[in-house]
Design a protein around this ligand. Structure first.
Ligand SMILES: O=C(O)c1ccccc1NCC(=O)[C@H](O)[C@H](O)COP(=O)(O)O
Length: 286
């Protein structure tokens, strides 16, 4: 799915690192007993909370700094602020994440936990248990060329999106398929995705534009759980994404506040309580 436009150098570097990762040791496929995201969203809606998936994101290529806080303390503080689910970056080199952090977070909270990483094939799934697993449509079927001819990963076959969706479900994960445009959405739906994230961050330029969600969301069938990802900076953006049809929002930077080091409970709560009583969802099936 990456044909066409160039990727930002930081994203190329992320993909190269993903291709060369040695945490994808050959091991038995995981068998996960997953916590349901849709049930968690329903609970939030009943409580009058905007469903927010709060992200433990120590740093990133576009962050203003790094937060060194313990991931468990961050995650429990986010849940205290009303988060419906937690996303944990497990990519170590560019995001400061780890599989161990995810495991500790999942043990500490009772909400669903998303593994946010750059999974390119089935072997990449069997690293750590999580309730949801991110699959990025743009990166499926593509492996960055590696200089390391010795890298055993260079010989792993590339997978198709439908195969990865099935493989994730076979392990018990709920696959969250991330898209950025209509073509990727079509591929995600053809692959059988039931949870779709529209990423407002363009991985070619790393620029964020909330218009992306607004333009792609109307093409998402109503029976798909739809998540607005990236660039949601405050309550006004929450309202905007909800009005455009988001069932839930994935928020990292605005909660982590890498530069300001503010209270993640308060930051989460501000988003969870962003909507007034008059909330509308205008997504229509096409
Ligand atoms: O966040 C980045 O800088 C980034 C750069 C390159 C590829 C992916 C990147 N982010 C991954 C994410 O999906 C976000 O962490 C997530 O959607 C939350 O975004 P935000 O609320 O804007 O931090």
């Amino acid at each position: 799915m990456t044909q066409g436009r160039e990727l930002a150098p930081a994203v190329r570097s992320i993909l190269t690192a993903a291709s060369e990762r040695d945490d994808t040791a050959e091991c038995d496929p995981l068998a996960v007993d997953a916590r349901s995201l849709t049930d968690a969203i329903d609970r939030a809606e009943r409580d009058g909370r905007v469903p927010v998936i709060a992200e433990v994101k120590p740093t990133s290529p576009t962050s203003d700094g790094t937060r060194e806080d313990d991931p468990v303390e961050l995650a429990t503080a986010m849940v205290e602020g009303g988060a419906t689910a937690i996303s944990v970056l497990t990519e170590p080199t560019h995001f400061g994440g780890s599989a161990e952090a995810l495991t500790r977070v999942r043990e500490a909270v009772d909400v669903p936990v998303l593994r946010k990483d750059f999974v390119l094939d089935e072997a990449g799934m069997d690293v750590v248990e999580a309730d949801l697993l991110l699959l990025i449509a743009r990166f499926v079927g593509v492996r960055e060329p590696t200089d390391s001819r010795a890298s055993r990963n260079a010989t792993r076959p590339e997978a198709e999106l439908d195969e990865l969706v099935t493989a994730a479900r076979d392990r018990g994960f709920q696959p969250l398929v991330e898209v950025h445009d209509e073509a990727e959405l079509e591929a995600a739906l053809e692959a059988g995705a039931e949870i779709v994230g529209i990423n407002n961050r363009d991985l070619a330029e790393l620029e964020v534009d909330l218009d992306t969600f607004e333009s792609v969301a109307p093409h998402v069938p109503d029976d798909v759980t739809l998540i607005a990802e990236s660039g949601i900076s405050g309550p006004a953006d929450v309202r905007r994404m909800r009005e455009a049809g988001a069932d839930a929002l994935l928020v990292g930077s605005a909660i982590m506040d890498h530069a300001g080091d503010t209270d993640v409970t308060a930051n989460t709560r501000a988003l969870v309580r962003a909507t007034a009583e008059t909330e509308t969802k205008t997504r229509t099936q096409t």
